[in-house]
Ligand binder design. Structure first.
Ligand code: AMP
Length: 288
């Protein structure tokens, strides 16, 4: 396999820009099978796939979290290539935010609650970097994970409101065999913490099963989910919610596409997960 070409500036991207359809998969690196599923999907739908690897400083509020974010660049490059990437865009922070950069993009409404409330400024950083990347790369399609459901909702709003280039494509969450949603942060969990973390996805599954059995009242769903999570003293729950899939407003009663969202700290590690509670059959992708 030829390794994907590495591009580090918008000029590099312009010089390389292929004739066929270009798909973009924005990431912060430390790639895993969740990222691979996005790259594979892009490779089936586009002639060329560019994976951006950029640990975006403006979406971190904690400098220590930013500093310790893993950056295994050469492994990521090879892994992205095996999944179908033809190019890697790996700019330095000064390339994305040159001296004098003074613009922040803020999406309102859909950012009011959940991750937006828990991590002030986070979605401004995400919206800003996604706008820059889409404008620099001009993809025909950009691929994002449903695992970060609120982020996907923010990006859809942003892309519509600012007429960003290309189509935004959401891709299903990939889980490990035990149900834990894949995340670059899972590597930080001890074995015991990982065992406790399973209660998060288990709670979402229990809630979805209740909906399949006819439960419509979100109060009852949340009680069942919370009961499971409460059994794990290691879990410091941030929120468990049932929300409208687009507005992300809390729901009293299930509607089509209603989403459960969960976020929790386990030790120092913050994990999030989500599930479509109205999905008719097993719809999640399990890592092979
Ligand atoms: P990140 O590198 O964490 O910024 O993630 C880059 C992209 O991969 C985002 O669009 C994420 O939503 C997506 N992603 C991360 N984990 C998963 C997963 N387990 N399944 C599917 N997509 C994922």
């Amino acid at each position: 396999m030829t390794l994907p070409i590495v591009l580090t500036s918008p000029q590099d991207v312009d010089d390389w820009h292929p004739d066929g359809t270009l798909g973009l998969v924005p990431t912060m690196g430390a790639l895993h099978a969740g990222h691979a599923s996005l790259i594979q999907r892009a490779a089936t739908e586009c002639d060329e796939v560019i994976v951006s690897i950029f640990v975006n400083p403006t979406q971190f509020s904690n400098p220590a979290d930013l500093a310790r974010y893993p950056r295994p660049f050469e492994m990521d490059r090879a892994y992205a290539g095996r999944a179908g990437a033809t190019a890697i865009y790996a700019p330095e922070p000064e390339t994305v935010y040159p001296e004098g950069h003074a613009t922040r993009i803020s999406v309102s409404g859909v950012t009011d609650l959940w991750e937006g409330a828990a991590r002030p400024g986070h979605f401004d950083g995400v919206a800003t970097v996604v706008s820059i990347l889409l404008n620099q790369i001009q993809p025909v399609r950009s691929y994002f994970g449903e695992k970060d459901w609120q982020q996907l909702a923010v990006i859809r709003r942003l892309a519509t409101d600012l007429s960003l280039p290309g189509t935004i494509v959401g891709c299903p969450s990939v889980r490990d065999r035990d149900g834990l949603a894949l995340s670059s942060r899972n590597a930080r969990l001890t074995d015991d913490q990982r065992e406790s973390a399973l209660a998060l996805s288990a709670a979402l599954h229990v809630m979805r099963n209740l909906v399949r059995n006819g439960e419509q009242a979100t109060g009852n769903l949340l009680s069942a989910g919370n009961e499971l999570i409460d059994q794990q003293p290691d879990i410091d729950l941030d929120y468990l919610a049932v929300v409208h899939p687009e507005s992300l407003a809390p729901l009293d009663t299930i509607v089509q596409g209603a989403r459960a969202l969960v976020a929790a700290h386990i030790g120092e590690t913050r994990l999030i997960d989500t599930m479509d509670l109205t999905e008719p059959a097993e719809g999640t992708t399990i890592r092979a």
